[in-house]
Design a protein around this ligand. Structure first.
Ligand code: ATP
Ligand code: ZN
Ligand code: ZN
Length: 807
C-alpha cells in the first residue's frame, strides 16, 4: 500500500504530494486524514495522509516507509480533507497550512527540537560545555535560545555548522502542560505597593508587576503569560529571589465551565416577525437544499432567539450546529444563553481557553459528545459529520477573516461546508457588510428582515454633539456638558450608562509641545504608544519598548507630554468631573486576567457601577435592562484611516453600541460626540437607517471601484532594503499586467500605508477585477516565478485574495 502524504514543511517548493510506502504494521489501521511521521530530507517530519493507493510514479522499492502513525482515529474527516483542497486553491495557501488550521492548536504545535551532542564534550567551545555536563542531549532548544545570551547562541550555531551538535525534532501530540508555573504575592498588598514605589525608577518592570498584583486579590495566582505584559520572566524571577513573590507548579483546570450552574430556559413564544423568519429557515432545512440567508434584524430584535430555536430543530433531526460569534462578543452572557438552552450538548471554543482546554472541547466534538459548538472564527472547522445548520452572528465583523496564512474568511468556508451537507447558513447582523447585503439584494442570499425590537421597545433617540461647538464655547474637556448632565441624571435615577471610547485609529502617543517631536519606533514607521502601567513607550507592531523620556530627545524641552486619550485617562477625568461616580472600566488592561471579563460584566449587571466605560469590546452583545444611556466619545476617530471600509466600520460600531440602550422596558438614549456631525456614517446612525447608509456607501464604493462592485486582491512585498522592494514589486506588477485580462486594473507598485514594519520596507500592488477566471492560476505562476527571489533574497510576499486589513 502507498500513502499520499502532505509534509509539514512550510515551503512553496514542497507544497505537493509525496508518496511513501505503508509498512505492514500500519496497513490495517491507516486511513485518510491520519497524521504520520515520515522521513523527509533525512529528518523525521509530521505529515498528513490524504490518500491511499496501490500505484505511484516512483518504483515501490524506492519509496521510503512511513515511520509512525500518530493518530488511530483520523482527526480530519473526509469532508474536511476535501474542504482543505478548496480553501487552499481559493486562498493560495500551502496545503499543509490549511490542514493544520483545521486542527486544535495543541495538535499543530511546532516541534520541540533537541540538540544532540555528536562529539566529545571537551571539544565544544567553553561556553557550551556546561550545558552538556549531565547529558548528551539538550532538551527544547528553542526555549534554551530564549534564555541564552548572544555569545552562547553564536557558539551553538557554530557547533551545529561544524557537526558537533545536531538538531533533532521531537514530536509530541499531546498538550502536556497540565501543570503550570504560577506566581503570586508573598507579601501583603500594601507592602507590595511600597516596594513598587521604591523600585519604580531603577526596575520599572518589577515595579509594574508589583503595582498590578497589589491591586488584585492577594491569593490569586498568575502564569508567566498573564504577567508578561507587565514584566519579563526575568523580572518575575528576581522578585521571587527578593521574597516578594512566590512561585509554584499548579494544576490548571481543564473545563472552564465545569461546576457552573446554568438556569435552564425554554423557547420563548415568537413574535410575528420572528415567526416568519424561523419558518423560512425551517422550510429550507426540510427541503435539504443549501441556502444562505442574510438576517438583517435591528439591535434587540431577537435574532439570538431565532438561532436557538433553529438549532433546536436541527438537534431534533439528529444533526449538528455551528454558531460563530466574534471573539470579542464571546461574552459569558452570550455563552450562557446557549448553555442554558442546550446544557452539556454545547462545546465552547475561544482564544481565552488554554491549549489543553481547546483540545478537550474539540475532542468532545469529534467523539460526538456534543452537537452544538459556539465559537470564534476557527470553530468553523469543528469536525462534525452531520451538520444541519451554520450560524454566523454579527456577520459583518472583520475578525471572521484570518489575517495570517491560510487567509480564509469564515463566511466562505461556512458556505462551502453547508454545500456538502445541503444545510442552511444564517448570516445575522443589524448592520450587514456591504458585500453580503449586495448579494442579498441580487438574490444570491435570501434576505430576511426584522425591523422591530422585542416588546415594542423603541429604538433609542440619538443626539449628535458637535465637539467643535463645545470648543468654541470654551469647553476643552473630553466631555460635552450635555453628556455629563445626562450621566448625572441617570445616576440619580439609579440607571446605568455605557460609555464607548472609540480608540481604533486613535493612538495614545507622546509629543513635545515645543518642537512637535513624536517618538517613533526605530524599526517601524509608526509612533510609539504610551503604556501607563509599565510607564513605557511601546510599538504595537514589533513589541519594541523604551522607557518614557523625561526630556525631549530633540530639543531637550521638558514639555514632552502624553497626547490622545486612553480609557484610564477618561476614567480619571470622569472622576474629577462627577464626584463619587462608580465606574467599571473594561479594556485590554482590565480584562487580561482569565475570567475578569465575566466578573466585570456581572458586577455591572448587578448594579455595581453607574458607568461601564470601555473600548470596542463593550459595543456588542450586552443585554442589560438598566442601561438607558449610551455615550460615544470620538465617534469619528477611525473615519480617517486609509481603508475603504472606514465609513462602514464607523457606522457598524456606532449602531452596535447605540443598540445597548433601552432594550427592555425603559427608554434608551444615545449621545454621540463627534467632529464630523455631517458625515453620513454618523448621521445615518441618528436615523437608525441602515438602508440609507447602504445606498450612500454603495455610491462611494462604485465611484472608487471598490467591493462589492469590484473584487480586490492584494500583494504585499517586504524586504529590508527599499530598493529591492521597489524593484521586485515593479517586476511583479508588470508580470500581472501582461498576464491578466485587459479589464482588470493593477495599482502599484505603491508604498503600503505603514511603509516599514520590523525593519522591513513594505510595498504593495492591488488588483481590481470584475471577472478574472485566470486569477488564481496567474497568482500561482507569480509565486513560482519569484520562488528563487523569495528563497534566496529574503523577499517576503503575502497574497491576499480578499483583503480586510488595508494597512
Ligand atoms: N419572542 C420573544 N419574547 C420575549 N422576549 C424575547 C423574544 N425574543 C427575544 N426576546 C428577548 O429580547 C432581548 C433581545 O433579544 P436578542 O438579544 O436575541 O436580540 P438580538 O437581535 O440578538 O440583539 P443584538 O443584535 O442587539 O445583540 C433578549 O433579552 C431576549 O431574551
Ligand atoms: Zn522637543
Ligand atoms: Zn516597531
Amino acid at each position: 500500500m502507498i500513502a499520499n502524504v502532505i509534509v509539514d514543511v512550510p515551503s512553496q517548493a514542497v507544497d505537493r504530494i509525496f508518496d511513501y510506502s505503508v509498512p505492514d504494521e500500519f496497513a490495517e489501521t491507516i486511513t485518510r486524514g491520519c497524521r504520520v511521521h515520515v522521513p523527509f530530507a533525512n529528518r523525521p517530519v509530521q505529515g498528513f495522509v490524504i490518500g491511499l493507493t496501490d500505484q505511484s510514479d516512483i518504483p515501490v522499492s524506492k519509496l521510503k516507509p512511513i515511520q509512525e502513525q500518530i493518530d488511530l482515529i483520523p482527526p480530519l474527516t473526509e469532508e474536511l480533507l476535501q474542504l482543505a483542497e478548496k480553501i487552499k486553491t481559493e486562498t493560495l495557501s500551502l496545503h499543509v497550512a490549511v490542514l493544520k488550521a483545521m486542527l486544535p492548536q495543541a495538535m499543530r504545535a511546532k516541534y520541540q527540537k533537541n540538540l544532540h551532542l555528536q562529539t566529545a564534550p571537551e571539544t565544544l567551545e567553553a561556553v557550551l560545555q556546561p550545558f552538556f555536563k549531565e547529558s548528551s542531549v539538550m532538551a527544547n532548544w528553542d526555549e534554551w535560545r530564549k534564555e541564552a545570551d548572544e555569545e552562547e547562541k553564536k557558539a551553538a550555531a557554530r557547533a551545529i555548522r561544524k557537526g558537533q551538535l545536531s538538531v533533532e525534532p521531537v514530536v509530541s501530540t499531546k498538550d502536556a502542560a497540565k501543570k503550570r508555573l504560577v506566581f503570586g504575592l508573598a507579601v501583603k498588598n500594601e507592602k507590595a505597593r511600597e516596594e513598587a514605589e521604591t523600585l519604580k525608577i531603577k526596575a520599572p518592570k518589577q515595579a509594574a508587576v508589583l503595582f498590578y498584583l497589589a491591586d488584585q486579590d492577594k491569593d490569586s495566582l498568575y502564569t508567566v503569560q498573564e504577567l508578561e505584559t507587565y514584566g519579563s520572566k526575568a523580572a518575575l524571577e528576581t522578585l521571587v529571589k527578593k521574597d516578594l513573590l512566590h512561585k509554584q507548579q499548579a494544576v490548571v483546570k481543564r473545563d472552564p465551565y465545569e461546576g457552573r450552574e446554568f438556569t435552564a430556559t425554554g423557547n420563548l413564544d415568537l413574535l410575528p416577525e420572528q415567526d416568519v423568519v424561523l419558518k423560512e429557515i425551517i422550510d429550507c432545512m426540510e427541503s435539504e437544499q443549501q441556502r444562505t440567508f442574510l438576517l438583517r434584524g435591528v439591535t434587540g430584535s431577537g435574532k439570538t432567539e431565532i438561532y436557538l430555536q433553529a438549532i433546536e430543530r436541527t438537534l431534533e433531526e439528529k444533526k449538528e450546529a455551528i454558531v460563530l460569534v466574534p471573539e470579542i462578543s464571546l461574552t459569558p452572557q452570550m455563552v450562557n444563553r446557549f448553555k442554558a438552552r442546550f446544557g452539556s450538548r454545547v462545546a465552547v471554543m475561544h482564544s481565552a481557553l488554554s491549549k489543553g482546554e481547546k483540545y478537550d472541547e474539540w475532542k468532545k466534538i469529534r467523539d460526538g459528545e456534543v452537537d452544538v459548538v459556539v465559537g470564534a472564527r476557527s470553530a468553523i472547522f469543528a469536525p462534525f459529520n452531520n451538520l444541519g445548520i451554520i450560524i454566523i452572528d454579527e456577520e459583518h465583523e472583520a475578525s471572521y477573516k484570518q489575517e495570517e496564512a491560510p487567509r480564509y474568511h469564515a463566511r466562505s468556508v461556512a458556505i462551502m461546508r453547508a454545500e456538502s451537507y445541503a444545510c442552511p447558513v444564517i448570516l445575522g447582523s443589524a448592520t450587514p457588510s456591504l458585500e453580503s447585503y449586495a448579494r442579498a439584494s441580487k438574490g444570491v442570499y435570501r434576505l430576511l428582515t426584522m425591523e422591530n425590537r422585542v416588546n415594542d421597545a423603541a429604538m433609542p433617540a440619538v443626539t449628535l454633539v458637535d465637539m467643535r461647538d463645545e470648543l468654541r464655547q470654551g469647553n476643552r474637556s473630553m466631555f460635552s456638558d450635555d453628556l455629563l448632565e445626562r450621566i448625572e441624571a441617570r445616576r440619580l435615577k439609579g440607571e446605568q450608562t455605557v460609555l464607548l471610547l472609540n480608540r481604533r485609529g486613535y493612538s495614545t502617543f507622546i509629543m513635545c509641545r515645543d518642537c512637535g517631536y513624536v517618538p517613533q519606533c526605530p524599526h517601524c514607521d509608526i509612533s510609539l504608544t504610551y503604556h501607563r502601567t509599565s510607564q513605557a513607550l511601546q510599538c504595537h507592531y514589533c513589541g519594541y519598548s523604551e522607557t518614557l523620556p523625561v526630556r525631549c530627545p530633540e530639543c531637550d524641552s521638558d514639555q514632552i507630554r502624553f497626547f490622545g486619550t486612553g480609557t484610564q485617562k477618561v476614567e480619571e477625568e470622569l472622576r474629577k468631573q462627577l464626584q463619587d461616580i462608580r465606574i467599571i472600566r473594561m479594556d485590554v488592561d482590565t480584562t487580561r486576567k482569565k475570567g475578569s471579563h465575566e466578573k466585570l460584566l456581572t458586577e455591572f449587571g448587578n448594579g455595581g457601577a453607574d458607568i461601564l466605560l470601555g473600548t470596542q469590546m463593550i459595543a456588542k452583545g450586552l443585554d442589560f435592562p438598566n442601561i438607558t444611556l449610551v455615550g460615544v466619545l470620538a465617534a469619528d476617530s477611525m473615519l480617517h484611516l486609509p481603508d475603504f471600509r472606514a465609513s462602514e466600520r464607523t457606522f457598524q460600531l456606532l449602531t452596535q453600541v447605540a443598540g445597548r440602550a433601552g432594550r427592555h422596558k425603559k427608554t434608551g438614549e444615545v449621545l454621540v460626540q463627534t467632529y464630523s456631525p455631517n458625515h453620513y456614517s454618523i448621521t445615518e446612525v441618528k436615523q437608525h437607517d441602515y438602508l440609507s447608509f447602504y445606498e450612500k456607501e454603495m455610491q462611494i464604493r462604485k465611484m472608487g471601484g471598490y467591493p462589492p462592485f469590484y473584487y480586490i486582491a492584494m500583494i504585499q512585498i517586504s524586504h529590508p532594503e527599499l530598493q529591492k522592494v521597489v524593484e521586485v514589486t515593479e517586476k511583479m506588477s508588470s508580470f500581472l499586467r501582461s498576464s491578466l485580462s485587459e479589464t482588470t486594473k493593477i495599482f502599484g507598485p505603491v508604498a503600503s500605508p505603514i511603509p516599514r514594519i520590523k525593519d522591513r520596507y513594505r510595498y504593495q500592488c492591488m488588483i481590481k477585477y470584475k471577472v478574472e477566471p485566470k486569477l488564481t492560476e496567474v497568482l500561482h505562476d507569480l509565486m513560482s516565478s519569484f520562488q528563487s527571489d523569495i528563497a534566496r533574497n529574503d523577499v517576503q510576499i503575502i497574497i491576499d485574495t480578499n483583503p480586510y486589513m488595508m494597512m
